[in-house]
Design a binder for this molecule. Structure first.
Ligand SMILES: *[C@@H]1O[C@H](CO)[C@@H](O)[C@H](O)[C@H]1NC(C)=O
Ligand SMILES: *[C@@H]1O[C@H](CO)[C@@H](O)[C@H](O)[C@H]1NC(C)=O
Ligand SMILES: *[C@@H]1O[C@H](CO)[C@@H](O)[C@H](O)[C@H]1NC(C)=O
Ligand SMILES: *[C@@H]1O[C@H](CO)[C@@H](O)[C@H](O)[C@H]1NC(C)=O
Ligand SMILES: *[C@@H]1O[C@H](CO)[C@@H](O)[C@H](O)[C@H]1NC(C)=O
Length: 407
């Protein structure tokens, strides 16, 4: 029994020896294999290092290029000669210099150019033709089929306003020139019906409600003024977000034209106040400091269709206390002006068209030009003593205007 056990033990030990030999052989083999592996690894390392370094350099260069284009995109942006380039993260903005409105890239047009001298005076008179070439006529015509209690009625409404071209793509006017509602009586029920002015079958687009005319000396008979009168279309209205239709505070709107207006002897761009003139016009300017032009302004008749112009007086705010007294005033964003020599007994000094520009002579880049400082907001009936009226103060809204007239 015991020998058997020993033998078995021996056998086991022999086996162990054998196994260990095999193990040694195996380990030799694997060492050999390891040696071969190490050789190719070094080769790979070489490739990895050289190619890796190469790609790393490319990557770093790309990142640097990206940072340069990202942080300083103006490096490879070409702005107009009258524009500055502003770096934004990943995009460059071309901003035209003051006095040169435009898109900053293709054009920055000198503002306030006129080819015909104005002849405005205190009493108001027929304007020298084309002497206010930034003036726009905004004509409104609206038709709607309205269902009343007992019938259907075809409603028709029309009106006109002024506006002023502030760059090739935008016209500034008052928000109350953009009709929101029309009213009519239902004669059967006696009710006042208010209809919202919305697009309908008669008016599939804004263009079909409004016509904009520029470069004309005559309203209504503008066709006599061919060929330089132009009809502009627009596809977007931006009304000041804080416009209050009840009190007419923040009464401003911007019309975005479909096409860039062509500038010529009859159509030009007005100047706006500059950023440093924050509160103009001001009362210290007193009398005879403001100019207004329009197709129903001044003179002896409201029904004239030829352009009139008039010199107005800057007023203190108390002069406007009788102008629609229920309308809350915010004199930061408004000012009061009128024609002091209107005694209230004349047959009709008027201010002009709502939405039309009021101009003040100011220095623009060293040259005195007519700068649009106000937009006629609301007034008193024609022939009222001193004919005061409330204007929207453009300098107060300059940031909003510039922000919303980029193109
Ligand atoms: C008309 O417009 C007003 C204000 O935008 C709105 O509250 C009202 O519901 C509109 N009426 C109709 C009939 O669409
Ligand atoms: C405002 O102007 C009018 C007319 O010039 C003047 O009579 C009035 O005293 C002025 N009011 C104030 C408060 O300055
Ligand atoms: C102005 O408000 C007063 C008081 O609320 C009112 O009696 C008057 O009719 C209003 N005037 C106008 C023109 O709305
Ligand atoms: C209007 O009134 C003023 C001041 O009372 C007077 O001087 C002027 O002669 C009057 N004008 C007319 C046309 O009646
Ligand atoms: C800005 O406006 C003020 C006041 O009109 C004027 O004195 C100044 O020269 C203007 N600046 C430029 C650059 O036109």
């Amino acid at each position: 029994m015991s020998t058997e056990i020993i033998q078995k033990e021996n056998i086991t030990s022999e086996k162990e020896v054998n196994d260990s030999i095999i193990e040694t052989k195996n380990s030799e083999k694997s060492q050999l294999a390891n040696q071969g592996h190490t050789n190719s690894l070094e080769k790979y390392r070489f490739f990895i290092f050289s190619y890796g370094a190469f790609f790393l350099i490319i990557l770093i260069l790309c990142i640097i290029a990206l940072i340069i284009t990202g942080a300083r995109p103006c490096v490879h942006t070409k702005c107009h000669e009258n524009a500055k380039c502003i770096n934004h993260p990943f995009y460059a903005e071309c901003i035209c210099d003051y006095g040169f409105p435009g898109n900053g890239r293709d054009h920055c047009d000198e503002c306030g150019i006129t080819y015909y001298k104005n002849n405005a005076d205190e009493d108001g008179q027929r304007a020298n033709p084309y002497s206010w070439p930034a003036t726009a006529i905004i004509e409104y015509t609206y038709t709607a089929l309205v269902k009343l209690e007992a019938s259907r009625v075809l409603l028709y409404d029309q009106g006109m306003c002024g506006g002023v071209l502030i760059n090739r793509k935008h016209i500034l006017t008052s928000a109350n020139c953009i009709k929101e509602q029309i009213e009519t009586y239902d004669y059967i029920s006696g009710n006042l019906i208010k209809i919202n002015v919305t697009l309908n079958n008669f008016h599939p687009s804004l263009d079909s409600i409004y016509n904009i005319y520029m470069g004309t000396d005559e309203y209504v008979y503008y066709f006599a003024d061919l060929p330089h009168v132009v009809v502009e279309d627009f596809d977007k209205v931006i009304i000041h977000p804080e416009y209050n239709r009840k009190t007419l505070e923040n009464n401003l709107a911007i019309l975005k034209l479909n096409n860039e207006a062509d500038l010529n002897r009859y159509v030009q761009i007005t100047c706006l106040p500059n950023a440093t003139s924050s509160n103009i016009p001001d009362v210290y300017m007193g009398h005879n400091s403001l100019y207004i032009a329009g197709y129903s302004s001044s003179g002896s008749s409201y029904t004239t269709y030829a352009m009139q112009n008039l010199i107005l007086d800057m007023y203190n705010t108390s002069m406007c206390s009788t102008v629609q007294p229920n309308n809350t005033k915010n004199w930061d964003g408004q000012f009061c002006a009128g024609e002091y020599n209107t005694y209230g007994n004349t047959s009709g000094v008027c201010h002009g068209d709502y939405g039309s520009a009021l101009y003040t002579p100011y220095e623009v880049n060293g040259i005195i030009k007519y700068v649009t400082t106000g937009i006629l907001s609301y007034d008193v009936p024609c022939s009222t003593l001193h004919s005061p009226a409330v204007y929207t103060r453009i300098s107060y809204y300059l940031d909003w205007i510039l922000e919303n007239t980029k193109y």
